[in-house]
Design a protein around this ligand. Sequence first.
Ligand SMILES: [Cu+2]
Length: 279
Amino acid sequence: MNMSRGKIGRRLLGLAIIGAALAVGGYAYAEVGQPSPWEYGLQPSASPVMDDIEWFHGFLLWIITAITLFVMALLIIVMVKFNSKSNPVPSKTTHNTLIEVVWTIVPVMVLVGIAIPSFRLLFEQVDVPKADLTIKATGKQWYWSYSYPDNGKFEFDSLMVADKQPRLLGVDNEMVVPVNKIVRVQTTGADVIHAFTVPAFGIKIDAIPGRLNETWFKATKTGMFYGQCSELCGKDHAFMPIAVRVVSDQEFAAWVETAKKKFASSRTNSYALAETGVH
Ligand SMILES: [Cu+2]
């Protein structure tokens, strides 16, 4: 059967639309946690802790908005009703017990209402649940080293690669973790204080020489998630990104096998790379 030109055109258009939809869907599936242009909110969450941080952020925004509007309304009332023109003979009242009790009790209740979820969130972040694996992140001037004590005790360096995308975030060796597993992150500093931060996971913890800090995350989406050292640590502070690749359990097991071989004797190579400088 012969199809008219118009019919073929419409079919091609239909196919193109389906193709584009699939492409967009595929892109959305591979999550990327990184800053975006003109961003004014938080990076999309990819962990339970970050979900709660987002909730707390929204909760505070409502409270602060209500307080600001209330204070603004009081100011406007005072300016309109009690200026010298509309209220030439001011009242001499200096005390009003009810109002004084209210303006003491209400702010206290607001603060307690903020403190309860705030402390709950703080405990959630610091109280590490039973971990599925541990990764030690060591901050160095100016790159990160990751070791996997539960998976064969290998360690590797993660250095920024100047021409890799996303700019200033791409690294040679990413930290790799399995999805939906509780990862305990231990941080320390080899030289000065650094800070290990991944916004999408809601983690930020100092990496201090001579001290071992601990935090945790559970990545709920596969994809690439980026962060940066968040403690001013020297001249290349801006060039020691954190790149975390979240993969399935099978992919993680396969990566561990290759990483064990790849990083068995590569430490000298990475140190040499650090000394020649990649930026
Ligand atoms: Cu640093």
